[in-house]
Design a protein around this ligand. Structure first.
Ligand SMILES: [Zn+2]
Length: 247
């Protein structure tokens, strides 16, 4: 029987049978895969820890006809800090839903995995704004997948006047003030929002989370990414609305 080793993170778990689970795992080498974890809900199973949602592990898997079967797992990072904080947990649930929806089975996903792990790590280990970290994740995730908006200047005339830029969902990128007439629904952006959006899409992964924004810019980023994701993927993501009901 052939088996593979794979580092990956559980992004979805479904209980099945008496004590089994079917997991969706985002793995380094195989992308998104479906894995059957027999008896993993039994308290004494050696699979208990590594088959929890958000757990990053090294898995030993057998490849079957329809899905993989888990033989063993060694936990690398369980992200315990996320599990006891309802706010952090909700942001992460939103991020995992996005990844699960948008990444196709066995599509190469090593960059997405790296981004996901970095994002979860910062959400888990720091007290930085989950709202900002999530916006950064969303925009960078879109860029990795080739869906980023055009932000190198005005998409119509090439002007790079960052003080007078608008965001056009219709044109999928920035429009300068003169060109904004071609899309009357384009949203005016502050200079801070223009800089932040450009930075998130183009900076190195190491520097991705090394900046902060004002409350105003954060609201602009939220407006842009939420609408952009809704338009692109024809789905409205509502998990974060739950947090507003708690405030
Ligand atoms: Zn222009």
């Amino acid at each position: 029987m052939s088996y593979i080793k794979a580092d990956g993170i559980v992004i979805k778990e479904i209980n099945t049978g008496e004590a089994d689970k079917i997991l969706t795992i985002l793995s380094k080498n195989k992308g998104k895969i479906t894995v059957f974890a027999k008896n993993s809900r039994r308290p004494r199973s050696k699979l208990v820890a590594g088959t929890q949602n958000m757990c990053y592990s090294n898995f030993m898997l057998f490849k079957g006809r329809d899905m993989y079967t888990m033989n063993s797992c060694d936990v690398i990072e369980p992200f315990y800090d996320l599990r006891c904080d309802i706010v952090k947990l909700t942001y992460v649930a939103h991020i995992l839903e996005l990844v699960n929806d948008i990444i196709q089975e066995e599509q190469p996903a090593s960059k997405t995995l790296q981004l996901l792990l970095n994002t979860l790590y910062i959400i888990a280990k720091t007290d930085r704004s989950c709202e900002l970290l999530t916006r950064i994740f969303e925009l960078r995730f879109l860029a990795i997948l080739g869906y980023a908006p055009y932000v190198n200047g005005c998409i119509n005339c090439g002007s790079d006047d960052s003080e007078h830029m608008n965001f056009s969902f219709k044109k999928c990128g920035f429009l300068c003030n003169s060109c904004s007439l071609i899309d009357i629904n384009a949203i005016p952006l502050s200079k801070g929002a223009v800089k932040s959006i450009y930075y998130i899409i183009h900076c190195s992964i190491k520097e991705l989370f090394s900046f902060d924004v004002s409350e105003g810019v954060l609201q602009e980023l939220g407006l842009i990414t939420k609408r952009f994701i809704k338009d692109r993927f024809e789905k409205e993501y509502k998990k974060l609305d739950y947090l507003k009901s708690l405030m």
